[in-house]
Design a protein around this ligand. Sequence first.
Ligand SMILES: NC(=O)c1ccc[n+]([C@@H]2O[C@H](COP(=O)([O-])OP(=O)(O)OC[C@H]3O[C@@H](n4cnc5c(N)ncnc54)[C@H](OP(=O)(O)O)[C@@H]3O)[C@@H](O)[C@H]2O)c1
Length: 329
Amino acid sequence: MRVLVLGGTVFLSRAVAAAALARGHEVWCVARGASGSAPDGARLVVADRDRPGALDELRGERFDAVVDVATMSLPWVADALDALAEKAGHWTFVSTINVYADAATRGQRADAPLLAPRTEPTERSDTPDPDVYGGVKVASENAVRAALGERAFVVRGGLLAGPGDPHDRFGYWPARMATGGRVVVPDVPDQPFQYADARDLADWIVSAGERGLAGTFDGTGPRGTLAAVLEGIASSVGAADLSLVPVPPEDLLAAGVRPWAGPKSLPLWLPTTHYGMADRDTEASLAAGLEIRPLADTAADVLADERSLGPNRPRKAGLTPEEEAPLLQ
Ligand SMILES: NC(=O)c1ccc[n+]([C@@H]2O[C@H](COP(=O)([O-])OP(=O)(O)OC[C@H]3O[C@@H](n4cnc5c(N)ncnc54)[C@H](OP(=O)(O)O)[C@@H]3O)[C@@H](O)[C@H]2O)c1
């Protein structure tokens, strides 16, 4: 196939480009080249999608599969569709589970009610309001379905893990556990948790293009609990003297520790009001070919990536040793 990745220089979209190359396809990427490089063997078209007509250079090209990860920008999606949809054989739009209106109810499927689409201009941000992020993705999904019909594959990503993750969430745990000692974990034995290794999601996206798989799916793995995932990471990468120290959520909140992400956080810990986001019924996705590798493999590869970045780098998510120490008293 001839595959076009709108993105391709970081994390998931780079993994899509790499997966397509590994499966023998011709791969083009479109990015500014600001986040990193496209994988070796891919052709990078340098373009800034904030500039109207950025994709004009590609207008009229025929691609068997197009993959767009556009976030927080309906104009990016509309421009891409205008330039490329007519001749595209298959179109993947990477969306998010933030599109759902109800974050609390567990066991929902991809046909659950959505947020209202946001079509008005929005400021892009690294830390967007989740409802704005979700609403723009809803509007983007609608535009893709309207243009591509039965050639549209919409994948709503959940938490993505894997090497090259710019968000620093999942990686906190293997990095921290590998240093050993007493490690603060949230005392939430019943918290559901789901994730996908970005490389597995990427493989599924490429195979969807090969097979012409269409429809709307959640792009996240089997249902489990956060406690089981943290214990699994501990047993794969933990140091010999490691022990997990569960701290009640109320004590964490009182100490100013945030759930989920960001500075001074315990990543992947969710408020109960958001349990539905990590407990989606993904049977349809798994039946349609999404396969998630064993947790131990993801944890080991993420730890290797963390080590290559350096253990003491500033992180976007997690606790510093100084923030963790008082919680262990
Ligand atoms: N991470 C998660 O846990 C998670 C969860 C749910 C859903 N998702 C979804 O998964 C996708 C992640 O995609 P990703 O990993 O590739 O990261 P991303 O940050 O969404 O995509 C970035 C890509 O877009 C390019 N880009 C950024 N600004 C650009 C511009 N002005 N013009 C042209 N290209 C531009 C970047 O390259 P340059 O900077 O080099 O231009 C890069 O290749 C997103 O759709 C996200 O919404 C992620």
